[in-house]
Design a protein around this ligand. Structure first.
Ligand code: ADP
Ligand code: MG
Length: 252
């Protein structure tokens, strides 16, 4: 277990069963079964095109699935409407490209969701946003526009924005791949502290250091399938499948 993680989480929060997804003739998710427990940190790793982003997008219902079920905290993903909006709010998402609103200040980026979708009063949303910006180390940038910030700072704002909705689970899709090397750690450090505080996280990343420090489990995907699952140390030192061995030999 990673430092500061005494218990193995056992309470299912995100449950995928028999999930299939096609893009035309391309079978992108093949019978995916995956359970992520409350407080668990799962790193998803695998070659480009293996379906990692599609998996994240399906969990957030940015993509529909063809068959199978996805449930968050016991609730199956709704098709549309208010229930879907509520469920989306339970799932925080951080993308590779920071996706901040370019014409809003950092503070507005963080308050917009709670005010519009959660009905939080502006003053309360702002006070909460400042705490979150403090927590990710960018409170002194609150009144700037995203373009005035470095990539690492923007990504930390994106994390604060997602946290402002008080999500039950946070999805990260390659959150550091678009960053200059010197900014990667400032984002990973925020993610590691979130993990230590018990946030449930699904993180697509090839950052081995993060997996080793923060993840309970590594899920290896290839060709739309979950090929292998193991604790980080086991996966990185003694992968079982040839596909995982081959992949690791290329990235290590
Ligand atoms: P990863 O994130 O592991 O690189 P993706 O989930 O992005 O993989 O993509 C899996 C496969 O699905 C790839 O072959 C990709 O080209 C294809 N794909 C992804 N999104 C779409 C789309 N909107 N339309 C058609 N094909 C797509
Ligand atoms: Mg991807």
């Amino acid at each position: 277990m990673p430092a500061g993680r005494a218990d193995v989480p056992t309470d299912p929060l995100v449950v995928l069963e028999g999930v299939n997804k096609h893009f035309g003739a391309l079978h992108v998710l093949k019978d995916i079964g995956l359970t992520v427990h409350r407080g668990e940190v799962v790193v998803v790793i695998g070659p480009s095109g293996s379906g990692k982003s599609t998996l994240c997008r399906a969990i957030n219902r940015l993509e529909t699935i063809d068959s199978g079920t996805i449930a968050i905290d016991g609730q199956p993903l709704p098709e549309e409407g208010k229930a879907l909006a509520q469920l989306r709010a339970d799932v925080g998402m951080v993308f590779q490209s920071f996706n901040l609103f370019a014409h809003k200040t950092v503070l507005q980026n963080v308050t917009l969701g709670p005010v519009k979708a959660r009905g939080v009063k502006k003053a309360e949303a702002e006070a909460n946003a400042m705490k979150l910006l403090e927590r990710v180390g960018v409170a002194n940038q609150a009144h700037k526009l995203p373009a005035q910030l470095s990539g690492g700072q923007q990504q930390r704002v994106a994390i604060a924005r997602a946290l402002a909705m008080q999500p039950k689970v946070m999805l990260f899709d390659e959150p550091t791949s678009a960053l200059d090397p010197e900014m990667i750690n400032e984002v990973l450090d925020v993610m590691i502290s979130l993990a230590r505080e018990g946030m449930t996280m699904i993180v697509v990343t090839h950052e081995m250091g993060f997996a080793r420090k923060a993840a309970h489990r590594v899920v290896f995907m290839d060709g739309g399938q979950v090929v292998e699952e193991a604790e980080p140390e086991t996966f990185f030192t003694t992968p079982r499948s040839d596909r995982a061995k081959d992949f690791l030999s290329k990235i290590l």
